[in-house]
Design a protein around this ligand. Structure first.
Ligand SMILES: C=C(O[C@@H]1C=C(C(=O)O)C=C[C@H]1O)C(=O)O
Length: 96
């Protein structure tokens, strides 16, 4: 099979648009790598907090704090921000 052209890969109808989209997608891939790295870093920090609380006799989950986190994301990003934060919390402390 022959390789796809940049225009076919991007869905653009002109070479100029295809070049712009290809370049911008490279930036998005780099941003996604950074976002994934930050989430992994957040998971590690969250685990330290959870382990300290459990070792002290407390519970893994603190719902009041989770409400603060959800509110922070909702204020910044709207309703989809809440969904994003819920997924992030699940990554950090597992399912409840
Ligand atoms: C990290 C904590 O523990 C848990 C994980 C949270 C998080 O990842 O943001 C928030 C609340 C807790 O359910 C915390 O209490 O701050």
């Amino acid at each position: 099979m022959t390789a796809l052209t940049q225009t076919e890969k991007t869905g653009a109808r002109t070479d100029e648009a295809a070049t712009l989209i290809g370049d911008a997608r490279e930036r998005i891939d780099a941003l996604d790598d950074r976002i994934i790295g930050l989430i992994q870093e957040r998971m590690a920090v969250s685990a330290v907090i959870q382990e300290a609380r459990i070792s002290s006799g407390g519970r893994r989950v603190n719902l009041a704090r989770e409400m603060e986190v959800l509110g922070h994301f909702r204020d910044a990003l709207g309703k989809p921000g809440t969904a994003l934060a819920m997924t992030m919390l699940e990554l950090c402390r597992g399912r409840i």
